[in-house]
Design a protein around this ligand. Structure first.
Ligand SMILES: *Cc1c(COP(=O)(O)O)cnc(C)c1O
Length: 365
């Protein structure tokens, strides 16, 4: 059997190490996972009630068009219903976009250190990824503009950028979008938008209403705490949504996912509370890093990328021995780890482990 040649060397996605596996392998009873940007507080209690009442419908197919949730999300973000599409996480929306738009040999532009799912899906479709180096950990929009050719189909802007946590602001992004040719799609991935407190952050929905070629990705996996239920969404012009809809599987989201998302979006007090706790966590961790003499990028999501001054995989292994899971191994930043902002208690456990791991060196600086 001969697979498509472009997938032979494709790496399998490396997820954050599961807690269960670490406990089993190391014989630890307490493990703190700060590797996958999950919500340390879980999800709203309203979500649990919504799931409970959906139990009796397990045997019935979900509404493939997610009509009720579509109405809720359209109202919440301020777009029309025909401008929303749901996926098995926003990961699936990325896959659907590449499936609907890429032919082999098409080009797509992204940062050289960003969410890996853009490139892996482009690879699957045989498209060519042009990876533009980040500048100070931030998307270099001018260099991305300069990389556009007549083969360019899609540009991916991850805002805040995973893993660096940096943002492009309103002025930068709207100037960028106004200069991108209309035949090129600009996908703005806002998986962490609900965490952002910086007032210069772009109003991407306004950009979308003014520009047919803008697509926004959002998810219920991060601040809403529904990562296991796999539900995310895309916002775009009605014509782009109807194109993406053609390649969507009929029942790509579950009843539980839809019901949970409806309950979650209705509980904005919960979201606000998580955002505030996260913002405090960022300040706390950044102050501690500074005191340890460690550089970290400005953080606008629920994670921080910090320079540990040593091979990140070694630091990862040593933290793991102490029951703390972080994310190492970013090719452009081999001495940085990405750590999710946890609860106060989790942040303290992480810092104390990090101080022990780095202790010898930082004490001498
Ligand atoms: C987590 C994440 C997603 C998508 O997560 P889903 O669980 O598939 O919705 C998308 N983009 C970025 C940058 C992320 O960090």
């Amino acid at each position: 059997m001969q697979p498509k040649s472009n997938i032979i060397n494709l790496p399998v996605y490396q997820p954050g190490k599961p807690i269960e596996e670490v406990k089993r392998e190391l014989g630890l009873s307490e493990v703190v996972k700060l590797a996958s940007n999950e919500n340390p507080y879980g999800s709203s209690p309203a979500v649990h009630r919504a799931i409970q009442s959906e139990l009796e419908n397990i045997s019935i197919y979900p509404d493939g068009s997610a009509a009720d949730l579509t109405a809720d999300v359209a109202r919440h973000v301020g777009v029309n219903r025909d401008q929303v599409i749901f996926g098995c996480g926003s990961d699936e929306i990325i896959a659907l976009i590449t499936r609907a738009f890429f032919l082999p040999g098409d080009e797509t532009i992204m940062a050289d250190q960003t969410f890996s799912v853009y490139k892996s899906n482009a690879d699957i479709e045989g498209a060519v990824s042009i990876e533009v180096p980040l500048k100070d950990g931030t998307h270099d929009l001018e260099a991305m503009l300069a990389a556009i050719t007549d083969r360019t189909k899609v540009i991916w802007i991850c805002n805040p950028n995973n893993p660096t946590g940096t943002i492009v602001n309103e002025a930068e992004l709207s100037s960028f979008v106004s200069r991108v040719p209309k035949h090129v799609m600009v996908v703005i991935d806002e998986a962490y938008v609900e965490y952002v407190t910086d007032p210069s952050f772009p109003d991407s929905v306004r950009l979308l209403q003014d520009n047919e070629n803008v697509v926004i990705l959002r998810t219920f996996s991060k601040i809403y705490g529904l990562a296991s239920l796999r539900i995310g969404y895309g916002l775009a012009s009605a014509s782009v949504i109807s194109l993406i809809n053609k390649v969507r599987e009929p029942f790509n989201t579950s009843r539980f996912g839809q019901a949970a998302a409806r309950a979650a979006i209705a509980d904005q007090d919960y979201v606000r509370d998580c955002r505030e706790k996260n913002a405090k966590g960022i300040v706390f961790l950044q102050e501690e890093f500074r005191a340890m003499g460690l550089f970290s990028f400005p953080a606008h999501g629920n994670f921080i990328m910090v320079d540990v001054g040593r091979a990140s995989r070694e630091v990862f292994d040593e933290l793991l021995q102490k029951g703390v899971i972080v994310r190492p191994g970013f090719s452009k930043y081999p001495e940085y780890i990405r750590v999710t902002v946890g609860s106060e208690e989790q942040n303290r456990v992480f810092l104390s482990a990090l101080k022990q791991v780095l202790g010898a060196e930082t004490a001498q600086v």
